[in-house]
Every structure is written in structure tokens, then in C-alpha cells.
Design a binder for this molecule. Structure first.
Ligand code: NAD
Length: 264
């Protein structure tokens, strides 16, 4: 594993032919601080951004020869856990943007972080990091206000609500001690009046929308709406690559995108 000198980061990319994998490869080949040494995908694929794509089944075997400093992974929870195992075995740092883990899956990932540096973020956008900080501040300043969280994504997204919405909900519950995950109400139907200790959660799926998150706070004859809209997946790819450059060479442990932002 690299110890953080000025040579380019040796990068491996998983899920390389996915929506995010392609963005990561496109962004990586344009950067001077990163060189792609391995890219894999579950299904066979033509080169992307001039990078050859290997079968995912060969990932663990290829790690030794490719000798990456870090892996950037945007796949699915089951695949990410397999890649995390391979990273732990080969002593390679892992940055994962995959969402939708079960509690057990998250616990397994945290175990991996005891042997290699592992950075997990449900969202690699700096704007979302700013939104989260603004939400915490608004929730603190508006005690007891009704809160509704709405996210909107493209019609191919699998998990709902989004990983980012989960993170925002955790932030809200952290600030509001009267609210817990048990108070989340996912959509409403029929005779469903709102309780005061409730957070409404709404997941919309439509077209090719990249990602929108809105937090509505209302009470006292006023409303506050905090909204973030992603205009291009390249934002997430750039953030994930920044995270990989930042992570490689660090001590084993669990890191978040906030750690990257706080130090850069
Ligand atoms: P996608 O379906 O377009 O791509 C997933 C890719 O992973 C596909 O190419 C698929 O073939 C591949 N894949 C799945 N299992 C694999 C395996 N075992 N080996 C190799 N490749 C495998 O999905 P996407 O839109 O790119 O999103 C991927 C993940 O990233 C999702 O969990 C999504 O929620 C998350 N995401 C996170 C962020 C963020 O900023 N953290 C941003 C966008 C998407």
C-alpha cells in the first residue's frame, strides 16, 4: 500500500460499466493524481475511457499484480462485501459509495475496517455535505417543527429510501432526541393523520433524475425548505476520487466523506 508520496494513486475500479463506474473512469483518466491499474465489471464489457475492463470474478486474483493503493466501488451491497474481503486480504484501501446495506452487511463492512482503511459515503457530493450541516443547524434552531424528508431518483434505483436520505434522517434523529427511527413514516395512505413525533419519508422514482433531496420543516406559520439537486454524476465521481487519494496510506479504520472535507 502507498504511504502517501506524490506519485499518482494506483486505482482499481469495481462496477466499472455501471452508471457510477463509468463516471469514475472518465474522471480518473482526466486526473494527474490518479492512474487506473485495474477495472472490473460483472458482465463482459468493451473498454471504457480507454481502460480495459476485466471480469469481476478475477478481481481478487488480479489485485496482487495490479497492486492498487485503493479501490473505488459503486456496485451493490453483496458485491461490495466480496470486494471488501478481497481488499482486506490484499491490504488495499477501499472507498465505497454503494448504498442499501442491511445492518448485518454494515457490521461486516465495519469489521473489514479493522484491517484496512475503509471510507463509506452514501453521497460524495460536497453540496450534500453542506446540506447535511444546514439541516442539523435548522433542526436545532426549530425545535418541535414537523419534518418531512423527500428524495427523488431515476427509475433504475434499487434501494429506497436512498442512502443519502437515511444519512439525513440519522442526522435529524441525532439532533432531535424526541425522534428515533421508529418515528419514520414512509408515505401515507388512507386515514393517516400526522403525529407530532413523526418524520415523513418520501421516495419518488422517475425518469433519469440523478438525485434530489429535500428537507421540509414547518410550524408556527412558517416553512423552511432545504434542497439539494445533483446535476451530473461526475460530482460523485470527483468526490470519490478525492476520497481515494485522501484515504490511501492511512491507518486501518472507518472513515467518512466528512473526514475528507474537514481536512481539505
Ligand atoms: P448501476 O446498476 O448502474 O451499476 C452497478 C454496476 O455494478 C453494474 O455495472 C453491475 O454490473 C456492477 N456490479 C454489480 N455487482 C457486481 C459484481 N459482483 N462485480 C462486478 N460488478 C458488479 O448502479 P449505479 O447507479 O452506478 O449505482 C451503484 C451504487 O452506487 C448504488 O448502490 C447507488 O445507490 C450508489 N450510488 C452512490 C453514490 C454516492 O455518491 N455515494 C452516487 C450514485 C450512486
Amino acid at each position: 500500500m502507498s504511504t502517501g508520496d506524490s506519485s499518482p494513486l494506483r486505482l482499481a475500479v469495481t462496477g466499472a460499466a455501471g452508471r457510477m463506474g463509468r463516471e469514475v473512469l472518465d474522471a480518473a483518466v482526466d486526473r494527474e493524481d490518479v492512474v487506473v491499474v485495474l477495472a472490473v465489471n460483472r458482465s463482459e464489457t468493451e473498454p471504457i475511457a480507454g481502460v480495459a475492463i476485466d471480469p469481476a470474478a478475477e478481481f481478487a486474483d488480479r489485485l496482487g499484480d495490479a497492486d492498487p493503493d485503493a479501490v473505488v466501488d459503486f456496485t451493490g451491497p453483496a458485491s461490495t462485501l466480496e470486494y471488501a474481503d478481497a481488499c482486506a486480504e490484499a491490504d488495499v484501501a477501499l472507498v465505497t459509495g454503494t448504498t442499501g446495506f442491511s445492518e448485518d452487511g454494515l457490521a461486516t463492512l465495519r469489521e473489514t475496517a479493522s484491517s484496512v482503511p475503509l471510507l463509506k459515503a452514501a453521497n460524495f457530493s460536497r453540496g450534500i455535505a453542506a446540506l447535511r450541516r444546514a439541516v442539523r443547524e435548522a433542526v436545532t434552531a426549530l425545535p418541535g417543527y414537523d419534518i418531512e424528508v423527500t428524495e427523488t431518483h431515476h427509475n433504475g434505483k434499487r434501494d429506497a429510501p436512498s442512502g443519502t436520505a437515511h444519512t439525513i434522517l440519522e442526522d435529524i434523529e441525532d439532533v432531535r432526541s424526541d425522534l428515533s427511527p421508529a418515528d419514520r413514516v414512509h408515505g401515507r395512505e388512507g386515514d393517516a393523520p400526522r403525529e407530532s413525533a413523526e418524520i415523513g419519508v418520501h421516495a419518488r422514482r422517475a425518469g433519469d433524475i440523478i438525485g434530489e433531496h429535500e428537507v421540509l420543516l414547518a410550524d408556527n406559520h412558517e416553512t423552511v425548505e432545504l434542497t439539494h439537486r445533483s446535476g451530473d454524476r461526475g460530482v460523485f465521481a470527483a468526490g470519490a476520487l478525492d476520497a481515494a487519494v485522501w484515504l490511501a496510506g492511512r491507518d486501518a479504520g472507518w472513515y467518512t466523506f466528512d473526514d475528507v472535507i474537514d481536512e481539505s
